[in-house]
Design a binder for this molecule. Structure first.
Ligand SMILES: NC(=O)C1=CN([C@@H]2O[C@H](COP(=O)(O)OP(=O)(O)OC[C@H]3O[C@@H](n4cnc5c(N)ncnc54)[C@H](OP(=O)(O)O)[C@@H]3O)[C@@H](O)[C@H]2O)C=CC1
Ligand SMILES: CC(=O)N[C@@H](CCC(=O)OP(=O)(O)O)C(=O)O
Length: 324
């Protein structure tokens, strides 16, 4: 068995890691941390795990031991834990943004100084970066929006002039802490664009796709899921859908089809559904759907950890979507 730890076990992605790890045949949860819930039984704090996990949350501490650690803490916080794990030979999958971008770009976009500059991480969109992930000690798990967006454009990225991502996210993307954006009367019945031209994930999308990339996020009154409508301009590809089918053949979590994907077809699962492929003069529209907490976070993190430990990529991740 491989022992794994979670820094940030009470958060939405930490809880989702626990949900999948309970059924993982090769990963054994050694610890999950929380500062606010230290000593509280995990199954008591996360009622869906009642009777399934009887350990208690422990205080986050750089001396905690495991074979692999998931850091599921807010960006700017993970960099305080990652170095000490790596220095003790413990592999890390970081779910935060701290190691995703070149350090100079990170400091500009996140407006903070990075305290671990120079550390090498592999950016982990599993299906695109498997070979590097296999050899990595530190994987930077991609952002939720970039995951859905990049998969929806990658197969044709070199044959287009310009890419525009228009994404709609469920509110769990904002984490467990309530805010005015997540307050029920502000969210219900609304569709709220935010950071329309300035969202921090645009840098990640540009890093992987290159070229001209634009991104506008919206939050919608659902809990889980990200739907991205991707407009590509100047597309020089005859059979766009055929290109995707070929590119993603053998990727068991990526499903390519004709229809417009639904959030309910991926909810609770590690799937990326890609479809639509509507074409008019000079523009192709492609739509992708993911569960932000699974393929956009915990699921992809476990997929990457499987690859890092030389295990089958889909181990512990065979959950079927919760449709409807
Ligand atoms: N929600 C999503 O859909 C996605 C989130 N992510 C990223 O994953 C990370 C976690 O997100 P999410 O689970 O939503 O966040 P939450 O806010 O829901 O949870 C944060 C967790 O981190 C702990 N924590 C906070 N500050 C610290 C600290 N300084 N040291 C140790 N632990 C700390 C909290 O527990 P306590 O305060 O009790 O210690 C809590 O368990 C973030 O970087 C986020 O951007 C990535 C992809 C998708
Ligand atoms: C709806 C919502 O608020 N979403 C979050 C995305 C958070 C997230 O998951 O950020 P990372 O993927 O970079 O870790 C936001 O826009 O900041």
């Amino acid at each position: 068995m491989v022992s794994v730890g979670i820094i940030g076990g009470t958060g939405y992605t930490g809880s989702e890691l626990l949900r999948f790890l309970v059924n993982h045949p090769k990963f054994d949860v050694e610890f999950a941390t929380s500062r606010s819930e230290e000593g509280v039984e995990i199954g008591e704090y996360i009622p869906s795990l009642r009777g399934l996990v009887d350990d208690e949350f422990v205080s986050p501490d750089s001396s905690l031991d495991a074979d692999l650690v998931f850091t599921a803490v807010p960006h700017t916080k993970a960099m305080n834990y990652v170095p000490s794990f790596l220095e003790r030979g413990i592999k890390v999958v970081d779910l935060s943004a701290d190691y995703r971008l070149p350090f100079g770009v990170y400091e500009e976009v996140y407006e903070v100084e990075h305290c671990d500059v120079g550390r090498k991480a592999v950016y982990g969109l599993t299906e695109l970066h498997r070979r590097e992930i296999k050899k990595a000690d530190l994987v930077a798990n991609p952002g939720c929006y970039p995951t859905g967006a990049i998969f929806s454009a990658y197969p044709i990225k070199d044959d287009v002039d310009r890419i525009l991502f228009d994404s709609k996210s469920g509110i769990s993307g904002a984490g467990a802490k309530p805010s005015s954006a997540s307050h029920f009367p502000n969210l219900d019945g609304n569709l709220n664009p935010y950071k329309v031209t300035t969202h921090r994930h645009q840098a990640e999308m540009k890093m992987v796709l290159g070229g001209e990339v634009h991104f506008t996020p919206h939050v919608i009154p659902v809990v889980r899921g990200i739907m991205t409508t991707t407009h590509v301009f100047g597309c020089d590809v005859d059979d766009v859908k055929g290109r995707y089918e070929e590119f993603y053949s053998g990727c068991r979590f990526i499903r390519v089809y004709d229809d417009v994907p639904k959030l309910s077809s991926v909810r609770g699962s590690n799937y990326v559904d890609i479809g639509c492929f509507s074409q008019e003069e000079g523009r192709v529209v492609i739509v992708s759907a993911i569960d932000n907490l699974v393929k956009g976070a915990a699921g992809q993190a476990i997929q990457n950890a499987n690859v890092m430990m030389g295990l089958p990529e889909d181990l512990g991740l065979k959950a079927i979507p919760l449709s409807p």
